[in-house]
Design a protein around this ligand. Structure first.
Ligand code: ATP
Ligand code: MG
Length: 239
């Protein structure tokens, strides 16, 4: 279980981006993080990943706190970023091996974890090309594959459907469901309400750098997410 408690963060003095952000992701739960452009979703995900320094608040995953046990904490997590430009000079295969090395995954296990994903996303033919020569969607598929090498307890994805073709979106949706079905947690940001509605157990809507509303969707199809979302982000009083 991921527990995020009282996070505050700013990039520039006196310009808060996150204020007292608190939410959780249970084991086996799929949680969607929604909110307007610039509200702080990517910033919150980067803090959870330990990519930005924790200023205030606490983040725990499973038995480990990010602050107290950063290495053990980070070994249990993996992610798909919203941009892939930093590894442009590696080939797809080198990138997959680099991520597996970072997580100290043996060659036997990385083969077992990668092979079905390479097949599902049909990217075998691109793996010997430098990443900079690949299309956005192909880079995204390779990033998704790499992010599952350590069988993470928490899988974090920042707008993962962006630029994927229809087949790849289907593959990704099935992967997200299958992670949850085996008790692993998934947290992703998105602007696509239909996908969130179909996939998520819980929706967390951010506004003004904090959580404005949490909606439990599991088993409840009577919600119309678009109406609720627009009410929340436009600050319309709810009935
Ligand atoms: N490196 C940075 N330095 C300064 N300000 C930043 C930096 N990164 C983000 N910000 C600011 O922090 C705020 C939150 O940005 P963030 O990228 O977290 O939003 P977001 O909710 O992910 O938006 P989007 O839906 O467009 O992806 C924005 O005002 C943004 O301009
Ligand atoms: Mg973002």
């Amino acid at each position: 279980m991921l527990e995020v408690s009282g996070l505050s963060f700013h990039y520039q003095p006196h310009v808060p981006v996150l204020t007292d952000l608190t939410f959780s992701v249970l084991d086996g739960e799929i949680v969607g993080l929604l909110g307007k452009n610039g509200v702080g979703k990517t910033t919150a995900l980067k803090l959870i990943l330990g990519l930005l320094p924790l200023e205030k608040g606490s983040i725990c995953l499973g038995n480990y706190s990010l602050y107290l046990h950063p290495i053990q904490y980070k070994k249990q997590i993996n992610y798909v970023s919203d941009s892939h430009d930093i590894y442009n000079n590696l080939t797809g295969k080198e990138y997959l091996n680099f991520i597996a090395d970072m997580y100290e995954v043996s060659s036997e296990t990385r083969g077992k974890n990668y092979t079905p994903l390479i097949e599902a996303f049909q990217v075998e033919k691109y793996l010997n090309s430098p990443i900079k020569k690949l299309s956005h969607g192909t880079k995204q598929k390779i990033a998704i594959i790499a992010s599952l090498v350590n069988d993470p307890l928490l899988w974090v994805l920042d707008e993962p459907m962006m630029g994927l073709d229809v087949e790849a979106v289907q593959v990704l949706k099935e992967l997200i469901k299958s992670r949850a079905a085996c008790g692993k947690s998934v947290l992703f940001s998105s602007h696509i309400l239909e996908i969130c509605e179909n996939l998520c157990d819980k929706i967390v809507i951010m506004q003004a750098g904090t959580i404005k509303k949490t909606i439990e969707l599991r088993g409840n199809s009577s919600y119309i997410l678009e109406d609720i979302y627009l009410e929340v982000v436009n600050d319309v009083p709810m009935e």
